[in-house]
Ligand binder design. Structure first.
Ligand code: WT7
Length: 637
């Protein structure tokens, strides 16, 4: 069911690149590059792997398809992403270039040259080693948006360990499950994180999360807010106290890794209640993210790049932490939320730091748009040359506002479609691509995306179908941590050939071949760009003593894209008053986190089910949206 905006109107609206944009673009002929890559994707990725990153030892094979769908890239090669992100720059003029500019919500400012960042990473890598972390161990990182988060990630990768970053908005239950699944002996956290003028007590949450996890032996705590926290002797250590010890020297060797060794695990939601840990590799991932950032955003030495995501999500992993550093770029990072503490905070930051490229999500754009045009008008935004969006389909009104009011019709909008699973951009324009508001345009070079019917036949133009990828790509997640069967089942078992990757999205292509993403086809909801499984929220609800059964759907929401609408059947004797629905919301907040709290909780007597007992969420959705029920032939009756 399509419940997004009506894209038909926007289809005839085409924005062609300005001559200056074309002249300024790195690639002389992007469309031939795409064509060549389509003819031979392996040769394209091979060329990127040679050009963009250094290898300690060259790879023997670009793509190994011998164990489908467990594809391997650059086999035999030895590499470390931190060598490419930091070590090599220290030996060049970039040593003194700014790698990171950071501003706190409270206005604190910090800058890191490549040299300074490299030393901080080395110090923390030595600290991790002294805590017993070895190559192949996992380290769970649960922090706010502070520079020490990228530092902890880079330090982990430097010594060949595997990071698992858990977004700071998750609750103790969600954190605990992820620590258990990854079996992390070491956790890195903060005393607290700033969020809209208040503090979130990350250390308390960590304490609760690990109460039932004897696996955790060491907790390293960064002091950010200065709030009172409990420190358990022998287990918990302050980051700054460790950093003052002789063990935390500024030099540390970088571990050469096999291209296919794990680099990190990142948990994301799927159709079951248990989040899956997508595993990304050391070699292919870095090639993919460096190539995509280079071609799609055309990063240049003089740019100031601002990816406004959280490092705790894949967008932050790939495009705050790793790819900009590999390309030797200067990044800006802001601790706070958009529009806090005042509506033009972001525009003030763009002006103050001379940001040239801003990459954010439709939900943030819609939120800022609500404040009105006067706020951006107060600032000189002329440093901007490109704008980007990710996370969900962007509605044409938000696109036009971004384009006209923020970009002053000068800045192409790079609408990047991709997923936690894909590692990096898959469908995206380059600055020279003609744009249509609401379309992610065309696949990146070397990416073979298509829209197909259930039987695998390619859809006609403008026909809705399944979005699939028909050829492996280097940034692809290699497996689900500890559960390769789930990886195969979830992504590779849908179409007859079983050689295509199914994205979980529906889409259509127009007569120009442009992709229009419609949304998720599975039980995944995007709320403010965050990805949540209906099952996660449902299991949180039924774990409350008053609830017998629950069903959750995503309902279109002007600001958030989708909002969660929950239906609950209560246990007998319970009354569905306001106090109870409030208690249920608090319960979900505690079990999963604030992002999962339903906007509406409706108490019902029954739920529509198929004869086999499956809840028909489609019918619930039609009911909420006042639409006809459609085919109800399988309804239990
Ligand atoms: C899902 C993946 C990739 C980083 C952030 C999200 C939706 C993502 C777009 C876009 C339309 C988009 C899809 C996808 N999505 N980007 N540009 N246009 N939809 O990663 O949390 O793994 O979510 O986000 O539905 O499947 P994620």
């Amino acid at each position: 069911m399509s419940d997004g905006f009506d894209a038909t109107a926007a289809k005839s609206e085409v924005y062609r690149p300005r001559p200056e944009t074309i002249a300024n673009y790195t690639v002389p002929d992007y469309s031939s590059l795409r064509q060549q890559a389509a003819a031979d994707p392996i040769a394209f990725w091979d060329a990127q792997a040679r050009e963009l990153v250094d290898w300690y030892e060259p790879y023997e094979q670009t793509l190994d398809v011998s164990e489908k769908p467990f594809y391997k890239w650059f086999t035999g090669g030895k590499i470390n992403i931190v060598h490419n992100a930091l070590d090599r720059h220290i030996k060049s003029w970039r040593k003194n270039k700014l790698a990171l500019i950071w501003e706190g919500e409270d206005g604190e400012q910090r800058t890191y040259s490549y040299f300074k960042l490299w030393k901080e990473v080395n110090r923390f890598a030595n600290i991790l080693k002294s805590m017993g972390v070895r190559k192949g161990d996992t380290v769970t990182i649960y922090m706010g948006r502070v520079p020490e988060l990228p530092i902890a990630m880079l330090a982990t990768a430097k010594i060949g360990a595997i990071h698992s970053v858990v977004y700071g908005g998750f609750s103790e239950r969600a954190l605990g499950d992820r620590i258990e699944d990854a079996q992390s002996k070491v956790v890195v956290t903060c005393d607290g994180a700033w969020l809209r003028g208040k503090t979130v007590n990350l250390k308390d949450i960590t304490d609760e999360a690990i109460q039932h996890s004897p696996i955790v032996q060491r907790v390293i705590v960064l002091k950010r807010t200065g709030q009172q926290v409990n420190m358990e002797a022998g287990r918990d250590f302050w980051w700054h106290e460790l950093a003052a010890l002789p063990i935390a020297g500024p030099y540390c060797n970088t571990e050469p890794m096999d291209a296919e060794d794990p680099l990190f695990i990142l948990y994301t939601s799927g159709t079951t209640g248990k989040p899956k840990g997508l595993m990304h590799s050391c070699g292919g991932y870095q090639v993919h993210i460096a190539a995509t950032l280079k071609f799609a955003f055309d990063i240049k030495e003089e740019d100031r790049w601002w990816c406004a995501a959280d490092p705790g999500w894949i967008t932050g992993h790939s495009y705050i932490v790793y790819a900009p550093l590999i390309l030797g770029a200067t990044s800006f990072m802001y601790e706070g939320a958009p529009g806090y503490p005042y509506p033009d905070r972001w525009w003030h930051l763009v002006e103050k730091y001379g940001v040239t490229i801003l990459y954010t999500a439709p939900t943030a754009i819609r939120g800022l748009m609500r404040f009105g045009e006067a706020w951006p008008a107060r600032h000189d935004l002329s440093s901007l040359r490109l704008l980007g969006t990710v996370g969900e389909p962007i509605n044409p009104e938000a696109w036009r506002w971004y384009f006209n009011v923020i970009g002053k019709q000068r800045c192409p909008i790079i609408d990047t479609w991709w997923q936690t699973e894909t590692g990096g951009f898959m469908i995206t324009p380059a600055p020279v691509t003609p744009l249509k508001p609401g379309s992610a345009t065309l696949p990146f070079p070397g990416v073979e995306a298509d829209v197909v019917r259930e039987d695998g036949a390619t859809c006609d133009p403008n026909e809705d179908g399944y979005l699939v990828v028909k050829h492996p790509w280097p940034g692809m997640a290699r497996t689900v941590w500890g559960d390769p069967d789930r990886y195969r089942q979830t992504y590779w078992s849908d179409f007859s050939s079983q050689e295509w990757y199914f994205t979980g999205d529906s889409a259509r292509r127009d007569e120009d071949g442009y992709f229009w993403i419609i949304g998720r086809m599975d039980d995944v909801i995007k709320v403010s760009g965050y990805r949540l499984g209906t099952a996660e929220v449902e299991s949180a609800l039924v774990s409350h003593p008053s609830v017998a059964e629950a069903a959750v759907i995503g309902v279109p929401d002007e600001l958030r894209g989708h909002a969660i609408h929950a239906f609950c059947i209560l246990k007998s004797g319970e009354t569905g008053d306001l106090a109870l629905t409030d208690a249920l919301k608090a319960h979900v907040r505690h079990e999963v986190g604030p992002i999962a709290v339903p906007a509406v909780i409706e108490i019902v007597e029954s739920l529509p089910k198929t004869r086999s007992g499956k809840i028909m969420r489609r019918l619930l959705k039609a009911r909420v949206m006042g639409q006809p029920a459609g085919d109800t032939s399988t309804l239990e009756g």
